[in-house]
Design a protein around this ligand. Structure first.
Ligand code: 4AD
Length: 607
């Protein structure tokens, strides 16, 4: 140690420890040397030790709550180092005689006990000194690191990148940059990934249209912003677009060599960093709470992108067929699919519901607009938590006029195949389908058409039972699990037709040849089950009135629907397709919840 220099804490501690070691060596002989205890000890505190039944964790040293070791008793008086060689000068340590639990006999710590205690104190002080030294080293390292960081930031402050306005740059979205090789461009986006290296920083930036690899070098990695950069920060970058070198890959095959950049909005690092909030093993309910962050991930983004392209493909396919889009109301005062799944609310003092289906409204505009469709939210107060049920889902419904049941089935098959083809021909959706569902095969035509009664036979012949283990009989509602088993076994789209009247909604047209069954169809797809439900509608006024009666539905609130049968009735039919279920099939998602922007299910309406 230099003269005048203050000893460090560790050095002081080491010194104390070595002095203590010497004094312990002396004291260990105090059998001969120790002074006779002729001082008055009557006022000293007494601590009790029971080596068998006491506790160093919970004991207090009182007779009824003894410690288990003399060392702990000694430590409890918070002794100074000077006391260590004669530990009982300020305290009386009483030990329970080992055979006296019942008799409660205590004796003062013996001379040999004291020797042992002094030895233990020495060990304790040494480990304390070691801990102190380690703490001091940590503190020193931290100070050095902080100082280095402070200097780095000080130097970084002086490095200012200049946004040279005289140099031309084209503001662009990332999707367009592959066409701009050699140009100087300006982009804005979020830092998706970030890999700092000694001489280069590699950023992957996304702007919602695509991703771009950006390379920062030289002064660009020495600024304060470079030191502060975190993933999910928003940034503006200016530089030249270049093709990636041979043998290397980057999104779009190009990269941006940055000459100017800055942070626009800094995302937090440390314990609040984006990466830490959502991980592979994050609990499902936390994931659901953090859906707004999950949506920034690659899989969720891909699903939402295909969702948008899917809706566009359906609109194109409808447009091609001259089917007109309409936008029916969400707030209604009539049910379509039965009362048990209605969400009811107070509408200016009268009961109203969130719509279950826009079908009845679509039917009313057939006479004015001809074939129509809508893409509208439907609501079902489902009391189950299956992987294919939502409380709110996007319902794509169409209604076609002057058709027979076979026309409806052909149209459905046509639409599904057309839309899949559009998506497979689109470079963005086909790439995502390939990534998320590499085994996807477009459905082959014609779809299998299976009568409900044949399905019952199929289930029984293939050992697919009801939930209670019994065989299915005609009239049974085929449960979700059985339906899925059958669909997965057959492993191709099935049009399940002619359901019993009593299982289906009031508006379905009865089969002429078997009036207890209906001209109805469910389209079942592998991995999901029912994706479409449709039917021909009752055209005859009296038959409809009888159907209301059979189902116990008061006809008055439906006057506007009934009127369609009064003023020029026609054969017509339609269907509803669950967009999230269709997507789950197309992209091989485990649950429809992944296919909705902000899914709602029983008990969940957040965020
Ligand atoms: O079979 P559903 O109940 O039929 C109707 O609502 C008819 N009125 C439609 C019509 O003919 N215009 O529902 C149609 C489809 C189902 O096949 C399913 O794909 C989807 O809507 N669906 C649900 N999707 C997610 N969560 C739910 N709770 C769903 N309920 C129905």
């Amino acid at each position: 140690m230099a003269e005048n220099a203050q000893p460090t804490i560790a050095e002081q501690a080491q010194d104390v420890a070595s002095k203590l070691a010497t004094s312990v060596a002396d004291t260990l002989n105090f059998g001969e040397k120790a002074p006779k205890e002729d001082v008055d000890r009557s006022g000293l505190p007494i601590l009790y030790i029971d080596e068998k039944a006491g506790s160093d964790e919970t004991g207090s040293g009182a007779e009824l709550s003894p410690f288990s070791t003399p060392l702990k008793a000694y430590q409890s008086i918070k002794p100074t180092i000077e006391n260590d060689s004669n530990p009982t000068q300020n305290v009386i340590l009483m030990i329970r005689k080992s055979d006296s639990v019942e008799r409660n006999e205590w004796i003062e710590l013996s001379t040999s006990g004291k020797k042992k205690l002094v030895k233990n104190i020495s060990g304790w002080r040494k480990s304390q000194a070691k801990l102190l030294a380690e703490g001091e080293k940590l503190q020193k390292d931290k100070l050095e690191k902080d100082e280095k960081e402070r200097k780095r930031r000080e130097e970084a402050k002086n490095i200012i990148l200049v946004d040279d306005e005289s140099k031309e740059s084209k503001k662009t979205k990332i999707y367009a940059v592959p066409e701009l090789v050699g140009s100087r461009v300006r982009i804005q986006g979020w830092v998706h990934r970030f890999r700092p290296q000694k001489t280069n920083y590699f950023l992957v930036v996304r702007d919602g249209t695509a991703m771009l690899q950006c390379i920062l070098t030289g002064d660009c990695i020495k600024t304060l912003d470079a030191l502060d950069l975190t993933t999910e920060s928003t940034v503006e970058l200016v530089g030249t677009i270049e093709k990636v070198k041979q043998g290397q890959t980057a999104p779009g095959g190009v990269e941006l060599l940055v000459d100017y950049w800055k942070i626009l909005g800094k995302a937090p690092g440390g314990s609040d960093a984006f990466e830490g909030r959502l991980q592979q093993d994050t609990d499902a309910s936390i994931r659901a709470d953090l859906r707004h962050l999950e949506l920034r991930g690659e899989t969720a983004t891909s699903v939402m992108r295909v969702r948008a392209l899917l809706l566009r493909a359906f609109r194109d396919a409808f447009h091609k067929r001259r089917i007109t889009e309409v936008t029916p109301p969400c707030m209604v005062q009539t049910s379509v699919e039965g009362g048990s799944t209605l969400f009811e609310f107070d509408y200016y003092g009268a009961p109203a519901y969130l719509t279950q289906s826009s079908q009845l409204y679509l039917e009313t505009v057939l006479p004015s607009l001809g074939d129509v469709y809508c893409i509208q939210e439907s609501f079902r107060a489902e009391k189950s938590l299956t992987r294919r049920h939502l409380s709110e889902y996007t319902h794509l419904e169409a209604e076609l006029v002057f058709i027979k049941f076979k026309d409806l089935l052909d149209h459905l098959e046509d639409m599904i195949c057309d839309v899949v083809e559009i998506l497979l021909n689109d470079p963005v959706s086909s790439e995502i389908i390939k990534t998320l569902n590499p085994d996807f095969q477009p459905p082959s035509r014609p779809f299998m058409r299976m009568d409900y009664r044949d399905a019952i036979t199929y289930l029984n012949e293939n050992g697919i039972t009801k939930e209670d283990g019994s065989e299915h009989v005609v009239g049974d509602d085929i449960a979700e699990a059985a339906e899925r088993k059958m669909t997965d076994q057959i492993n191709r789209p099935i049009m399940l037709i002619h359901f019993p009247k009593l299982l289906k909604a009031f508006y379905m047209q009865p089969l002429e040849s078997a009036p207890d069954f209906t001209e109805s169809v469910d389209v079942l797809l592998p991995n999901v089950g029912e994706v479409v439900g449709g039917s021909m509608r009752i055209t005859d006024y009296d038959t409809l009135m009888a159907a209301y009666k059979r189902e116990g539905i008061p006809s008055d609130p439906y006057y506007w629907f009934t009127d369609q049968r009064k003023y020029g009735t026609t054969e017509h039919g339609g269907y509803g397709l669950g967009v999230e279920r269709f997507l789950a099939w197309l992209l091989n998602r485990w649950t429809v919840r992944e296919c909705s922007l902000y899914p709602r299910w029983m008990g969940r309406a957040t965020p």
